[in-house]
Every structure is written in C-alpha cells, then in structure tokens.
Write a protein that binds this ligand. Structure first.
Ligand code: ADP
Ligand code: MG
Length: 332
C-alpha cells in the first residue's frame, strides 16, 4: 500500500508554469525526500499529491488508481505542515482524533488509536493540554501524531522541522526516522536541510524550477551527480568549481569537494590567500581566495590554525575531480 506514481504532472497558476512536467515513482514503504531551492515547486507538488491543489495536466496515481479528482479527505494521505495547523480550542487528544471522529469512528476506538500514537511520540502526559500550552517541538509531535492516527497510505511532510531550534530538529529528525522504521509507511518529505535529506531519505528527488534534475540515493547523488546544479546543491559546504582550462584539462569546469582539497603553505597547484577560517571543533573550514578560480573552500578534519591574509597553496587529487561540459552536464 502507498505506491505513488506521478506521470508528467504539470501545474500552472494563471500563465505561470510552476511544475513543468514531473514524472516519478515512489514505491511502497519508501522514504522519498524532495529538495531544491526556495520557490522551485516542492510545496506545490506535495499539495497536488494531497489534493489541496488541482493538477493542470498529467496523472497522480496511488496504488494503481488515478486520484486527480478524488477529494483530499478520500485519498488516505496525511500531511504534516511546517506550521503544525492544530486547532487551538481542542486538546491534544481531540486534535489527534479529529479525523477519526469526522469519519464516524467509535469513541473507544479513537481513544485506543490516539493512545497508541501518543505512546510512540511520548505524548501521553500532554493529552489533555491545548496547543497554546505546548512547546513548538511538542506541537509538531502532535501534528505527526494526528497523521499517524489516520493510518494513511502515504505521509507527506512539508518542512516539518523548520520552526524548531537546532537541538530539537536533530531529536525530531531521529524520531521521524524511527517512526518510519516502525510504521514502514510510504513517506514524501520536503526539506531544504541537507542533513535531513541525506540522513532520512531512501531516495532524494532534486527539483529546480519545476523540473526534476536528478533522482537517486543520497550517496549516489553525492558521489555521482549528473550536473553542476546537483553537484553544487547536494553537500555542505558546497562543491568547489574550478576552471578546467587553467588547470590544463579539456572539460569546461571541474568540481571538487572541500574535503578533497588540501592546504600546502609553501607550494600547491593553486596559489591563493587565506580569506577566513572557521574552526568548528571536529573540523576546520578554510576559505581561500584565488585569482584564477575565485573562493575555494577547504575542509579538514580536526582543529587547524591559519593566519588570515597569509599566502597559501591549495592541492587537489585529480582522482576526486568531477568534469562538466559548458552546459554543466557531467562528463563521465
Ligand atoms: N497560489 C499560487 N498562485 C500563484 N503562484 C503560486 C501559488 N502558490 C505557489 N506559487 C508560486 O509557485 C512557485 C513554487 O512555489 P512553492 O511550491 O511554494 O515552492 P517551494 O515550496 O519549493 O519553495 C513559486 O514561484 C510561488 O510563488
Ligand atoms: Mg515550500
């Protein structure tokens, strides 16, 4: 249950084409993450799957049935929003059980279902509170609980952790990963957070301006990107791009990840100047300004110290270079 197919789906708002033809398979039980820059159409695509936006053309197919014209409530799809969207006048239990109540489920059954979800999310002590009496993290757990209680075929999450502080984001991310293992429900999760995408996804879909750039497992996108966009988007700090001609190479552009550059004070293949040093404890990032290639980021394990404005050399290992043509397409 919960296999989703998008077949050449498009969406236009008036004359503006926002989704320009997306085809995609999400298989049963899969955790699929949509990433892409702000405004590329992630939320619109998710809302079309949920039925909150009409599809302009193409097919949305859930478990073999075309659901384009099915009302949202009939789709067996639950969506969790960034802003939680809880009813302020209802208790946690009533928020979580509302969809079941509206579907005419008996009270005893609603209590059993909400208790079970509450146990999974450690919400038991909070069941009689109202949303105003909860922290942001607790509210988001209630919103997740409300989705679980419906036992949907498909879970949709739209940047659910964006409003949480860093520590809570990590804790809730781990909780979502655990819930997915327990429920094994098909999930589509929108985020602009690199770490969430890399750690949660079975499959990442990279979107750009209403089109799919590449689909793949996180490490495949990291190690084998199809183009400069995906290469630059996946990975933080982002890949360095160098001018091939200046290095005596035949491609247009080469990319190399910050962890594959090394610093060489007296020598190095590329000379530059230390612009800035970020010491993060476990790792050190050194930003080097070069005349030929602009700013390069060098990432090193552990603590290192370099003087700002010092002359420095940067070395790269050719085995780690990615080659691209003039249009940004990867040359393999
Ligand atoms: N109801 C709407 N009417 C007109 N344009 C819209 C509407 N909703 C979204 N858009 C536009 O569609 C594009 C994609 O938006 P959205 O799906 O929210 O992007 P994302 O979630 O990737 O940041 C944006 O340019 C946005 O302005
Ligand atoms: Mg969005």
């Amino acid at each position: 249950m919960g296999a989703l197919t998008l077949s050449n789906v498009t969406k236009s708002f008036g004359k503006t084409d926002v989704i320009k033809g997306v085809s995609l398979e999400v298989s049963e039980g899969e955790f699929c993450v949509f990433v892409g820059p702000s405004g590329c159409g992630k939320s619109t695509l998710l809302r079309m799957i949920a039925g909150l936006e009409d599809v302009t053309s193409g097919d949305v197919i859930l478990d073999g049935a075309r659901i384009n014209d099915l009302a949202p409530a009939k789709r067996e799809i639950a969506m969790v929003f960034q802003t939680y969207a809880l009813y302020p006048h209802l208790t946690v239990r009533d928020n979580m059980g509302l969809a079941l109540k509206q579907a005419g489920v008996a009270r005893a059954e609603i209590i059993a279902a909400t208790d079970k979800a509450a146990a999974m999310l450690s919400l038991q002590p909070l069941m009689d509170r109202r949303p105003a009496e909860l922290s942001g993290g607790q509210r988001q757990r209630v919103a997740i609980g409300r989705a679980i209680v419906r036992r949907p075929k498909l879970f949709l999450f739209d940047e659910p952790l964006s409003n949480l502080d860093a520590a809570l984001r990590v804790a809730t991310r781990i909780e979502i990963a655990r819930l997915h293992r327990e429920l094994n429900a098909t999930t589509i999760y929108v985020t602009h957070d690199q770490v969430e995408a890399m750690t949660l996804a079975d499959k990442i879909v990279v979107l750009r301006a209403g089109l799919v750039e590449q689909v793949g497992r996180p490490m495949d996108l990291y190690n084998d990107p199809d183009n400069t966009f995906v290469a630059g988007f996946i990975g933080s700090p982002q890949m360095n791009f160098l001018k091939s001609g200046l290095l005596g190479l035949s491609s247009e552009t080469v990319g190399i990840r910050p962890e594959h550059l090394t610093l060489h004070p007296g020598g190095g293949q590329i000379r530059g100047r230390v612009n800035h040093v970020e010491r993060l404890g476990g790792e050190t990032l050194v930003y080097v300004t070069t005349v030929q290639h602009g700013m390069l980021t060098v990432r090193m394990f552990g603590e290192h110290n370099y003087d700002v404005d010092a002359d420095i050399g940067v070395d790269f290992d050719a085995a780690h270079l990615f080659h691209f043509d003039a249009a940004g397409k990867r040359l393999r």
